[in-house]
Design a binder for this molecule. Structure first.
Ligand code: ARG
Length: 583
């Protein structure tokens, strides 16, 4: 279905043509001056040079041809040559009825592509902390947007399960319990089924080991050697690795589920280990990789670079693989198993250089098929109110669970303060609204920017917040629920200014979703629904909907409410949350 801008542009182009000008001048945009008109066309100004004519003359001629067109309530030529347009109420309601009866409100689907969204990226054996929140929230939304447009989309968590953190845990465990069979090279029996540690132990062990490796060079060497031995197939270490995975992965699943974040693939760095030797051999044989100071690298600098792009390291001088190696092998694996047209990485923006190197290497060496779109959506840091990276009150790293708990508690307090409700009901609602508060608080900012995590602001029912959006949806639902009888479907011509303003906001659905998809920008959807909610609330305050005696008017309004609700609900689903029935 055409967007409203396309339809109006088509009509205005026809006007240009009928007046003897090239129809390409008829492009219409949203008005820069909403106080004067709804849409505008600046084509007469552009055409003035070609036709050696004053723009206002052209505009006047076009205007004359278009006067009386049923799509317009008003079209006027304004100095120096603008065409100012207001659409007619009949045209607008007709367009909304088309939206309402079309699949996805008339959104044109993209040429279906196979897309992988790589997001999450937690390292196992460490609890999720606030640093993981943004990847989860933004990535989930990006995945849903890509899917909504009709693409075949896979969300892959890409676990960090093969790096130094594993070697560190193994090393620390060995210091504490050298007697365990995993460290006995002559052991030939079966390793215990039960892990020699709990999840809580792991969470304690890792930071200790990490801190120690920074002070103690020998310890660090040992951890590096343990990492290499694990990757090389050491049986005891692999058994420890499996214990860690068995404890850590279910815990991660529970945490992500709590955030309504769900992955199609739970693959990790370890899954592609077997592909590395052949990949490295191929890169070397084809002459892409060469030795540099003992390491194996691929040059990726390009003449047009404005800053230095160092070579992409494939193997370290001790032969161990690196973060780049597993990412490249993962792309190879993805080509073999899914053959994607596009891969989108949602990762901290500080990893920018890593992805420049990986993308260039993959494209240059044919690890991905030619033309594969590789996108890096690097997100900014979530800061505290002091403008510094978010910390606990004591200054430590905040666990994600603790953060979610805090916001749920704050939400519950507000909901119970607002009105009397059944405590169980209030608890359920507060969880739904808390999720919206967190997600909207994040997604309403452009992903690349840092933002301030402010519980008071995010949980507010007023302003540009998740709870405000949900509150509006619940308000619509409750009006619709009060209506007895089948809900009407036909939207009628607007009765007042506020109603028309709401209708005009709704028409921007398709262009908003398309932009959010093409720019990989969920914040576009937030901005859109905020405008829709504001327009709806204005209309609501000015209109007594259910008390209206004119049945025809009432039915038209209810149909408009139905469409508004459907659109808002689809949008929040794309952002990764839902609305409660009441709040
Ligand atoms: N595990 C990585 C980290 O903690 C993030 C992984 C991001 N995804 C990727 N394909 N490299 O830094």
């Amino acid at each position: 279905m055409k967007t409203i801008l396309e339809i109006i542009s088509q009509t205005v182009s026809k006007g240009f043509e009928e007046a003897g000008y090239d129809p390409s001048y008829g492009k219409v945009t949203l008005s820069n001056r909403p106080d004067l008109c709804e849409f505008q066309c600046n084509g007469a100004m552009a055409g003035a040079k070609t036709y050696h004519k004053a723009p206002i003359m052209i505009a006047n001629e076009v205007c004359e041809k278009l006067a009386g067109d049923p799509a317009f309530a008003e079209i006027s030529a304004i100095n120096p040559g603008f065409l100012n347009i207001k659409v007619s109420d009949e045209f607008l309601s007709g367009y909304l009825n088309d939206m309402a009866s079309n699949d996805k409100f008339g959104l044109d689907l993209s040429d279906p592509k196979k897309i992988i969204v790589d997001y999450g990226g937690p390292n196992v054996a460490k609890p999720l902390h606030v640093g993981h929140l943004r990847a989860a929230i933004i990535g989930e939304s990006v995945k849903r947007i890509c899917r909504y447009l009709g693409n075949d989309v896979i969300g892959d968590i890409h676990l960090g399960d093969w790096g130094l953190q594993m070697g560190l845990i193994i090393t620390e465990l060995k210091v504490r319990h050298p007697e365990l069979p995993y460290f006995d090279k002559s052991f030939t029996g079966d390793y215990p089924k039960e892990p020699p540690f709990t999840l809580a132990d792991l969470e304690e062990i890792y930071p200790v080991a990490s801190a120690r490796s920074k002070e103690d060079e020998a310890y660090r060497e040992e951890a590096l050697a343990a990492t290499k031995a694990l990757q090389g197939g050491d049986k005891g270490y692999r058994a420890i690795w499996k214990h860690i995975m068995d404890l850590s992965v279910p815990d991660l699943k529970r945490n992500y589920e709590d955030l309504s974040v769900d992955f199609d693939w739970w693959k990790g760095e370890s899954d592609v280990d077997g592909l590395i030797p052949q990949m490295v051999a191929d890169l070397t044989d084809k002459g892409y990789a060469h030795e540099s100071e003992g390491a194996l690298v691929v040059d990726v600098a390009e003449p047009s670079d404005t800053k230095e792009i160092p070579p992409c390291m494939i193997l370290k001088s001790d032969g161990a693989s690196l973060y780049t190696t597993t990412d490249l092998a993962t792309l190879l694996d993805r080509k073999q198993t899914f053959d994607p047209d596009q891969v989108i990485y949602v990762v901290d923006k500080r990893q920018d250089m890593h992805f420049v190197q990986v993308f260039r290497t993959a494209l240059k060496t044919g690890i991905v098929k030619p033309g594969t779109k590789l996108d890096f959506l690097g997100f900014g840091t979530m800061n505290g109110k002091d403008g510094k990276p978010f910390k606990t009150r004591e200054g430590g790293v905040m666990r994600l669970e603790a953060l979610i708990d805090d916001i749920r508690t704050a939400m519950l307090k507000k909901i119970t303060e607002n009105h009397e409700t059944d405590p169980e009901e209030a608890k359920k609602t507060s969880r739904i609204v808390a999720l919206a508060a967190i997600k909207y608080g994040d997604l309403s900012n452009q992903a690349t920017k840092d933002y301030i995590f402010d519980i008071d602001k995010f949980t507010s029912f007023e302003g540009n917040t998740g709870p405000y959006i949900l509150y509006t949806i619940v308000r619509i639902k409750s009006i619709l629920a009060k209506y007895e009888g089948t809900l009407p479907e036909t939207i009628k011509a607007a009765q007042n200014e506020a109603e028309k303003a709401l209708m005009l906001e709704l028409t921007k659905f398709a262009s908003t979703i398309t932009a959010a998809y093409e720019e990989i920008a969920p914040h576009r959807i937030c901005a859109y629904i905020y405008d829709v909610c504001n327009a709806f609330n204005r209309f609501y305050h000015e209109t007594r909907i259910l008390a209206e005696e004119d049945q025809g008017k009432k039915e038209g309004w209810l149909a408009l409410l139905v469409l508004t609700r459907r659109i808002l609900e689809d949008c929040i689903d794309l952002l990764g949350f839902a609305a409660p029935e009441k709040m």
